[in-house]
Design a protein around this ligand. Structure first.
Ligand code: AMP
Ligand code: MG
Length: 311
């Protein structure tokens, strides 16, 4: 997954807790090997390598399920979220190595390779195909959340009564830890200088029970082009990387949803992004937005129910 994953688990017996940890990490390892677009033999890499060719590639059912979820969030966000964004992400990765914004022709070419129309998912048969050569899936905006959900499911089955899975900012809090009334989660301060641990917002703690939280931000991973800093998130509609968004934190019932929506809202910006969140039941967001040199906090209408004062 390209990140450090921390799992904390409680169960009735130590042996059950051990079993839950084994199953949780086993799920994380199995799925990240299949869903990463960087691992050369993953299901995603095989689909990308076969782009434009026949027949469709047979993949694990989890990839089909994840792509269906991706398509749903793509439709909900009017195309702001798009798992076929691979060619644009690769273009900016190359551009960042020379520090210059890509040329118009390259940008137009990469943009022409992005879009849901070219992704065929045969869920019943577990087969996937990209219709044009050089199209590429990139699940970086949703796969971590999905893997967290599947790990929590495996741990619950193994007898975990409470657990916290933290995959570098994609988090699920199951139940409540003993002698506590919730899981307490801090939010990174995107304005604070990033160090190994990073600073957190001093006045804010989230309280979670059976909820997921995911944060997308440009403080950790970003590109510098022509001296200007951009996010690693690309707007598939314009083909340009996102600027001016500091971070988006989404709370939802599932981490898949929280992860995808945090990325989608980063693309949509504060106004449209907030409207999307308000339109969805049981989803809340905190948007930290750079405006006029200051960091503005924008909360969805129900976000405050998850806020606690810092002790
Ligand atoms: P996240 O940190 O969850 O916001 O995911 C960011 C990652 O998602 C990027 O590093 C890309 O791999 C991928 N990505 C970039 N732009 C988009 C987009 N518009 N829709 C879906 N995934 C994206
Ligand atoms: Mg995301």
């Amino acid at each position: 997954m390209g990140t450090l994953v921390t799992v904390t688990v409680w169960a009735e017996a130590a042996s059950q807790a051990d079993g839950a940890l084994t199953d949780g990490f086993g799920t994380i390892e199995r799925l990240s090997a299949r869903l990463s677009h960087r691992a050369p033999h993953s299901d995603v890499s095989r689909v990308n390598a076969a782009a434009g060719h026949r027949p469709p590639v047979t993949v694990c059912p989890e990839l089909c399920e994840l792509l269906e979820a991706g398509r749903r969030f793509g439709a909900l966000s009017d195309g702001a979220f798009d798992v076929t964004v691979g060619p644009l992400v690769a273009l900016y990765a190359r551009a960042s190595r020379v520090g210059r914004f890509p040329a118009d022709a390259e940008l137009a070419h990469a943009r022409s390779l992005v879009g849901w129309g070219g992704l065929k998912i045969e869920s019943g048969a577990n087969r996937v195909r990209l219709s044009r050569q050089d199209m590429a899936l990139d699940l970086g905006g949703i796969a971590k959340g999905y893997i967290v959900d599947r790990a929590v499911e495996a741990m619950r089955r193994a007898g975990a009564t409470a657990a916290l899975v933290d995959a570098g900012g994609d988090i699920y809090g199951l139940g409540t830890p003993p002698r506590r009334d919730c899981w307490r989660i801090a939010v990174r301060d995107p304005a604070a200088p990033s160090g190994p641990t990073g600073a957190v917002l001093p006045d804010l703690v989230l309280s979670l029970i059976d909820r997921a939280v995911a944060t997308s931000g440009d403080y950790e991973r970003f590109v510098t082009l022509d001296g200007k800093r951009y996010s690693h998130i690309v707007d598939p509609r314009s083909g340009r990387p996102v600027a001016h968004m500091a971070s988006v934190t989404v709370i939802a019932e599932q981490c898949t949803e929280a992860d995808a929506l945090a990325t989608a809202v980063s693309v949509l910006g504060p106004d449209k992004g907030l409207a999307l969140i308000e339109s969805l039941p049981n989803v809340e967001a905190l948007i930290l937005h750079k405006a006029g040199g200051r960091l503005r906090r924008i909360r969805s209408s129900g976000f405050a129910q998850y806020e606690r004062a810092r002790a």
